[in-house]
Design a protein around this ligand. Structure first.
Ligand code: FAD
Ligand code: DHB
Length: 389
């Protein structure tokens, strides 16, 4: 089999890139390790920046997003028992965010892919990348046979644990990493949200976040120590702990109910540099991870896709290498700013087991500054709604 772009991974990065390429008449094949149902079952991010909404429009996959997504003009940050609202739209000069789950984004992109009649191979075992510098190709096993896909370029969109980044010689890649000593326990339930906007809450017992998926479906998170398992938390334990960490009038509005899903994610910051190795380009979580506090992971995957798609389009349509040559540096410039913001929000809103009294005072000063300075509030808003790309 031969194609122009072999895409490894059918997460949001791989599917969005595939859709943009297909619409531009550039042939592509997606090779995915898991079954489609498994890819769709993962509950992950929930907040889309305007830039990502624009890309989904460009891909022709935004009809349901516009019908069902919730446009939010503000967020709240709570600490010391009080709530502080940040008017994102006003502070950022008109930008908003849209609350629409990653599961729904993936579903819409999968539907569009099926309609585009491009090839997607699910349940591909042992995907391997070959000859990255000259004539690249993928191999994998499926249904008892080994398969081969030759291509012009490979897009490594296979997430943090994927094979693409691991196919690069260690001497050619630089890794930057910070692992935080805690995780987030997330719970999804069919109950109305506690408040119309998201609440990010700092509390001495740990961070908590009130989010949502729709007017009848809520998504909540609480900070837990890094060693805990989701199974150790009953629903009642979760609801009790969540309410303890929220200001009283927000806690009073939490409607409890049985969980649909509960899982723990370890918090990590990670960047691999560069993003190009010969004819392989890393994109999305394959190249970088942010802690979820700034709601940037999915949005950062989307901005990588934008830069990579533009580079590939220029290569095939305009016969120019400029966009592909610039991909790594353009994407990394935005990635590091999202890394900075996600690290800052994480550092400001979580409790750290080894933080000394000085550090705790700095956190308090940071929050006091944020809630009393227009400049600090504008900086928060500019980053939360997403830097331009
Ligand atoms: P992924 O979504 O990871 O997709 C990669 C795909 O590649 C997967 O389908 C995988 O099965 C496939 N794959 C992996 N290895 C191979 C292989 N060897 N061969 C072929 N295919 C392979 N972000 C937020 O903003 N907020 C959140 O609350 C949030 N929660 C998260 C919770 C978890 C548990 C995780 C893991 C991430 C979370 N994120 C969150 C981050 C966000 O979901 C990611 O940034 C986003 O999924 C990145 O998309 P991607 O397509 O780059 O990678
Ligand atoms: C959600 C996740 C986040 O990491 C975040 O910052 C905001 C919302 C969510 O899953 O809804």
């Amino acid at each position: 089999m031969r194609t122009q772009i072999a895409i490894v991974g059918s997460g949001p990065a791989g599917l969005l890139l595939g859709q943009l390429l297909s619409n531009a008449g550039i042939d592509n094949v997606i090779v995915e390790r898991s079954a489609a149902a498994h890819v769709l079952s993962r509950i992950r991010a929930g907040v889309l920046e305007q830039g990502m909404v624009g890309l989904l429009e460009q891909a022709g996959c935004a009809t349901r997003l516009h019908a069902e997504g919730l446009v939010h003009e503000g967020i709240e940050i709570a600490y010391d028992g009080a709530r502080h609202r940040f008017d994102l739209k006003q502070l950022s000069g008109g930008s908003t965010v849209t609350v629409y789950g990653q599961t729904e984004v993936t579903h819409d992109l999968m539907e569009a892919r099926a309609a585009s009649c491009r090839t997607t191979i699910y349940e591909a075992d042992g995907v391997a990348l070959h000859d990255l510098d000259a004539a690249p190709f993928l191999t994998w096993r499926k249904d008892g046979a080994t398969h081969r896909l030759d291509c012009d370029f490979i897009a490594g969109c296979d997430g943090f644990h994927g094979v693409s980044r691991q196919s690069v010689p260690a001497a050619a890649i630089q890794l930057y990493e910070r692992v935080y000593p805690f995780g987030w326990l997330g719970l999804l339930a069919d109950v109305p949200p506690a408040a119309p906007e998201l609440i990010y809450a700092r509390h001495a017992r740990g961070f908590a976040l009130c989010s949502m998926r729709s007017p009848t479906r809520s998504r909540y998170y609480i900070q837990t120590d890094g060693t805990q398992k989701a199974e150790a938390w009953s629903d009642d334990m979760f609801w009790d702990e969540l309410r303890r960490r929220l200001p009283p009038e927000a806690a009073d509005h939490v409607v409890t109910g049985p969980s649909i899903e509960k899982s723990i994610a370890q918090l990590r910051s990670f960047v691999a540099e560069p993003l190009r190795f010969g004819r392989l380009f890393l994109c999305g979580d394959a190249a970088h991870i942010v802690p979820p506090t700034g709601a940037k992971g999915l949005n950062l995957a989307a901005s990588d896709v934008h830069y990579l798609f533009e580079g590939l389009r220029e290569h095939f349509h305009d016969h120019s290498a400029a966009g592909l040559d610039a991909y790594s540096s353009r994407a990394l410039a935005r990635i590091w700013k999202a890394e900075r913001f996600s690290w800052w929000m994480t550092s400001t809103l979580h409790t750290f087991p080894d933080l000394d009294a000085f550090g705790v005072r700095l956190q308090a000063a940071e929050l006091d500054y944020l809630t009393h300075s227009d400049a600090a509030a504008a900086t928060l808003a500019e980053n939360y709604v997403g830097l331009p790309f």
